[in-house]
Design a protein around this ligand. Structure first.
Ligand code: AMP
Length: 281
């Protein structure tokens, strides 16, 4: 596995792949790998000739009061895991190179970025779409792979790529979960034992609501209220950031919960802000 720090070297690798007719798949990450990240890399490996994984904790997507400095990091372990999977290139760009002094070009998808996580993290998706756009321009993969756990992020990236005519396929992959249903996340490492024992209720609640939809309750507001009550009862000490049923394409509130909608939640448990979602219908 080749370690790449420089943007120009990464650009050369991407360009050589295009010229040589090699299909290069790209998995952008912020590191501290878990099986969710690894599942994306394995899938990329199976569907491409070469795989590039980037590891970069992007300051532009963190607000000043958020966990940029304490975001979990273990680069040695990450490299071993990626190497075992057969990742070909690991890209570690620096902030100095990505955001040099005077940097002032931003990519925004404002409509989709305003709702759900965008309400409590107003600059977050501007940071995400900008860094993903930059990384796609540097790596120039034929395909980039993202997780459906961050479903709002996935929609924003799909829209950005389509509307900016970026020549890449975007592949969204299912959420990897712990045996008890908790969505894997680097931020799960913030949880105390007690919080970790409560956290599976986030997904269990979503499953219960999905069952309600399947048995005929399709009133979004009522379903949101039911999940709120479930969390208040089963995850004491948590703080609900949002619970929302949204249209799977527009993220607007649908008249009825069902086939083309999903339910998304963000819950703060101690230091961790955990997100999850489930497709309804
Ligand atoms: P992150 O390092 O958290 O920015 O995530 C990098 C990529 O991994 C993103 O595309 C995420 O959506 C994806 N990802 C994060 N958690 C999971 C998970 N539990 N299952 C599948 N993909 C995930």
């Amino acid at each position: 596995m080749k370690l790449v720090n420089s943007i120009s070297e990464m650009q050369n690798i991407g360009l050589s792949a295009i010229v040589g007719g090699q299909k290069l798949a790209f998995v952008p990450t912020m590191g501290f790998f878990h099986d969710g990240h690894l599942s994306l890399m394995r899938w990329a490996k199976e569907h491409a000739d070469e795989v590039v994984v980037s590891l970069y904790v992007n300051p532009a997507q963190f607000a000043p009061n958020e966990d940029l400095d304490s975001y979990p990091r273990d680069i040695e372990r990450d490299m071993e895991l990626a190497r075992d999977i057969g990742v070909d290139h690991m890209f570690f760009p620096s902030t100095r190179d990505l955001y040099p002094a005077g940097f002032d070009t931003w990519v925004e998808v404002p409509g989709l970025s305003r709702t759900l996580c965008g309400r409590s993290r107003p600059q977050h998706f501007r940071g995400v779409s900008t860094i993903v756009c930059k990384l796609l321009n540097i790596v120039r993969p034929f395909m980039a792979v993202f997780g459906q756990k961050d479903r709002q992020q996935l929609l924003i990236i799909e829209k950005m790529v389509k509307e900016l005519n970026i020549p890449v396929l975007i592949e969204g992959r299912p959420t990897c979960r712990e045996a008890d249903g908790l969505a894997m996340s680097s931020r799960n490492s913030y949880l105390s034992t007690e919080q970790r024992n409560l956290a599976p209720h986030i997904y269990q609640g979503l499953r219960i609501i999905k069952d309600e939809v399947l048995s005929g309750n399709t009133n979004p507001l009522k379903l949101e209220q039911n999940l709120r009550e479930y969390y208040l009862h089963n995850i004491p000490g948590s703080e609900i950031d949002y619970i929302k049923i949204v249209d799977a394409n527009t993220l607007e509130q649908p008249d009825l919960a069902g086939k083309n909608s999903f339910m998304a939640v963000a819950v703060r448990l101690g230091r961790a802000r955990l997100i999850d979602n489930i497709v309804l219908g």
